[in-house]
Design a protein around this ligand. Structure first.
Ligand SMILES: *[C@@H]1O[C@H](CO)[C@@H](O)[C@H](O)[C@H]1NC(C)=O
Ligand SMILES: *[C@@H]1O[C@H](CO)[C@@H](O)[C@H](O)[C@H]1NC(C)=O
Ligand SMILES: *[C@@H]1O[C@H](CO)[C@@H](O)[C@H](O)[C@H]1NC(C)=O
Length: 484
């Protein structure tokens, strides 16, 4: 039965898909296992140290003379989670972190400052910045910070208190009031929140050494989906979509990994709406039947990283069944294969447009893509987002399901390099076999390849349906040949 999970139906068919480099992995995806918790912490702390070396350059780029984050236990600034050590599970007491440009380690050695200090050096630019880190619950904190600020004399002290951007607005309202009162004049008057990109760029930046593990997590996500959408898990006529969702949760737990959202499995109906089917699946799970096109939206959380994948599957009816596709060796109806290929075309459009668009806004990228879709008559929706420390991470969004012209605020952000993105979209295609238009939602994660200045698939992208094969049926020689 294992062999059933190795087989996907060939779906690539159009010139544009064949013209692009082969991006659909040919070998079956494998499960990866995590090292011991202690080793995981070491891996994550090395990534953290690597990312912190960008802080000197970010302070300069964003004109910050200081960057101040302050929080009370359980009311953390959003950026805290990207700065914390692996063995920190929350902030403690009042935890206050201050960055200033340059090497001010001498202040950290003065009797008046008890903060832990660390000098961050960017090997690329030679720039440095100093981190002051207080865990305190006495007014002495403010006296010490005043002493540091007096020595540094920053004109602009950036805080994360933007109005509409979650990753740049993590300073709690009460804490902001406490900081203003504690620092007093003139420092309270120098707090600014007009530089939201400082926090966003820090949280968004994915350092190169993360990629190796990110790829393993993506492959593991594919492995879970491949197994879920196979006859090992699905028995047509009795297994429900909810059964598959919970199987995926348990399978992740067995892998010592978790998720950032409940997996969603649904049957995409001919003619019906995908979002409607997804919403219905929340309240009443469908029993999976022969001939169903399955959809899954699935994410893994491990090592402080998140993945986001949407794939399609097909439940192959047994030989002799009226729904069995009759077109030669293909087990999936041609109309469905055409739909997946159309989704692949929108993926290429999004990824290639993004490769030309570093520094441009998410809305400009969206409008470029929509113009091509209008010209070529391609129907669908685009809604890509940043991913990494969070499932929906810091950075420009490129469309949302309900906003296909422009997305306020989040769509105005610039596309940055050195990020991970989730290319998320759906194609709408008329399927002759069902005399109906169907939606083909797909999602796959990409990373910025600085060597080629292009966005690349982290693991690959789906070009063939996952197949739930009928009992007793495994991949025939015709399919094996097709693989070549
Ligand atoms: C910072 O300056 C101190 C001397 O004040 C020096 O010992 C230390 O090496 C410097 N650190 C960096 C990273 O430049
Ligand atoms: C999960 O963790 C447990 C306890 O450490 C360990 O015995 C098991 O082998 C791990 N499973 C995997 C797939 O890594
Ligand atoms: C296809 O659907 C249209 C309307 O949805 C209907 O008018 C037509 O008769 C259908 N064709 C077939 C062959 O069922």
């Amino acid at each position: 039965m294992l062999i059933a999970t190795l087989i996907f139906a060939l779906a690539a068919g159009t010139e544009s898909v064949l013209a692009s480099a082969r991006t659909s992995p040919t070998a079956a995806p494998q499960y990866h296992t995590l090292p011991s918790l202690r080793d995981q912490a070491a891996v994550q702390d090395a990534w953290r140290a690597e990312r912190k070396t960008i802080i000197p350059g970010l302070l300069e780029k964003h004109g910050a003379d200081a960057w101040l984050m302050s929080q009370r236990e359980y009311a953390e600034d959003t950026v805290f989670w990207s700065l914390k050590a692996a063995t920190q599970f929350s902030s403690r007491r009042r935890t206050t972190i201050l960055y200033v440009p340059g090497n001010s380690s001498v202040l950290g050695r003065s009797a008046a400052v008890t903060a832990r200090t660390q000098v961050l050096a960017d090997p690329a630019s030679g720039l440095t910045a100093t981190e002051f880190y207080w865990i305190d619950n006495t007014p002495g904190l403010w006296t010490e910070m005043q002493a540091v600020l007096a020595a540094v004399d920053p004109a602009r002290i950036v805080i994360n208190a933007a109005e509409d951007l979650a990753f740049s607005s993590g300073m709690h309202a009460g804490e902001l009031a406490a900081v203003k009162r504690g620092l007093g004049s003139p420092w309270a008057g120098r707090l600014v929140s007009d530089t939201p990109l400082l926090a966003i760029e820090f949280v968004a930046t994915m350092v190169p050494s993360r990629l190796e593990w990110y790829r393993r997590l993506q492959e593991t996500a594919w492995a879970v989906i491949s197994e879920a959408f196979s006859s090992r898990v699905v028995a047509p006529g009795s297994t429900t979509t909810a059964d598959v969702e919970w199987w995926m949760r348990d399978r992740l737990q067995a892998q010592n990994m978790t998720t950032w959202f409940q997996p969603s499995v649904s049957v995409i109906p001919p003619g019906g709406s995908f979002f409607g089917a997804q919403a219905d699946a929340l309240t009443s799970a469908a029993t999976i039947q022969y001939g169903d096109m399955l959809h899954v939206d699935f994410g893994i959380t491990a090592l402080g990283l998140n993945t986001d994948t949407q794939h399609l599957g097909y439940v192959v009816p047994p030989a002799g069944h009226p729904l069995r596709a009759t077109s030669g060796k293909d087990l999936v109806p041609a109309g469905l294969r055409k739909g997946l290929a159309a989704g692949n075309r929108l993926q290429d459009l999004t990824r290639n447009t993004m490769s030309r668009s570093i520094g441009r806004s998410g809305n400009e990228i969206l409008q470029d893509c929509r113009a091509v879709m209008d010209r070529e008559g391609w129907k669908g929706l685009l809604y890509s987002h940043a991913i990494g420390d969070w499932g929906h991470a810091a950075g420009a969004v490129i469309g949302m399901t309900n906003l296909q012209d422009a997305v306020p605020v989040l769509g105005d952000l610039p596309l940055l390099a050195n990020m991970y993105y989730s290319v998320e979209l759906l194609a709408e295609v008329f399927v002759d076999e069902y005399n109906a238009t169907m939606t083909f939602p797909l999602e796959e994660d990409i990373y910025w390849n600085s060597a080629t200045s292009t966005w690349e698939w982290v693991y690959g992208r789906q070009e063939k349906f996952h197949l739930v094969l009928p009992e007793g049926e495994s991949a025939g020689p015709a399919l094996a040949l097709e693989e070549l």
